[in-house]
Design a protein around this ligand. Structure first.
Ligand SMILES: Nc1ncnc2c1ncn2[C@@H]1O[C@H](COP(=O)(O)OP(=O)(O)OP(=O)(O)O)[C@@H](O)[C@H]1O
Length: 245
């Protein structure tokens, strides 16, 4: 689903992310962890060709599309529909004057998805939201509900992969768990590929199959999450783990 080789992203000649290898298969969750400024978000955005002003080298294949050489039309076709981007604060991305149902209906029409009412009901159920939420405006729902709605929108549009950038860091701890549970179920039961960027190792340990640890733009360690988190090979990973409360 996602296949990256020798990715190198630089701004004005300064390399900010170098990722030799990153693969995410359907049904798999891979997490990129590391402190602020380590290049996690840049890596995620490069997968959708969204690093404006950057020089991007290497090979990036996402949903069968060669991102580095894709045309704007090819990129539009994968963004938002086949591959969804879930950000930290979904409320900011939702139009404040539209009820959530209207917003989802419009998105489905725009992407040519038929049978909208059934698709919407099914997507809302998949993220464990009450269907009544579709009658509400973005400011009338909690951060956790808005995040699950953003994921429902991705499901309704037929997403095969979700790229999530700190999807729970703006949420309360109890609500974080709900969002993580939804993402885990979508991976396990619907075979979605999930690439999760997070600085929260506790969260990562509950969901990720594999982990990449980034520091100052470089991948310092990668491997199965259980191994990396239990027996970190790199001092930096050990530091991150020791910083856990
Ligand atoms: N548009 C840009 N122009 C110039 N430099 C940028 C740009 N975007 C990111 N960078 C630089 O790239 C480096 C990596 O940033 P990135 O946002 O990928 O880190 P991150 O690990 O996701 O951090 P955070 O957790 O704070 O989001 C930083 O030094 C940042 O200043």
């Amino acid at each position: 689903m996602i296949e990256v080789r020798d990715l190198r992203v630089s701004y004005g000649g300064r390399v900010v992310a170098r990722v030799p290898e990153l693969d995410v298969a359907p049904g798999e969750c891979v997490a990129i962890v590391g402190e602020s400024g380590s290049g996690k978000s840049t890596t995620l955005l490069a997968l959708l060709g969204l690093t404006e002003g950057a020089e991007v080298g290497g090979r990036i294949r996402v949903a069968g599309v060669d991102v580095t050489s894709a045309s704007p039309a090819e990129l539009r076709a994968i963004r938002g529909a086949r591959v969804a981007l879930v950000m930290q604060s979904p409320q900011a991305a939702l139009s404040p004057t539209l009820r959530l149902g209207t917003l989802m209906r419009r998105a489905l029409r725009l992407h040519g998805v038929g049978d909208a009412e059934r698709v919407m009901a099914e997507a809302v159920e998949a993220v464990l939201l009450d269907p009544a939420i579709l009658r509400r405006y973005p400011h009338e729902v909690s951060g956790g509900q808005a995040q699950r709605f953003a994921i429902a929108l991705a499901i309704a549009l037929g997403a095969e992969a979700i790229l999530a950038d700190e999807p729970t860091s703006a949420l309360d701890v109890t609500v974080q768990a709900e969002v993580v549970a939804v993402l885990r179920t979508l991976c396990a039961e619907r075979g979605l590929a999930l690439l999760l960027v997070s600085h929260d190792l506790a969260l990562v340990s509950t969901i990720a199959h594999r982990v990449l640890v980034m520091r100052a733009g470089e991948v310092v360690e990668s491997g199965p999450a259980a191994r990396v988190l239990a027996e970190p090979a790199h001092p930096y990973t050990r530091e991150l783990l020791e910083a856990l409360p």
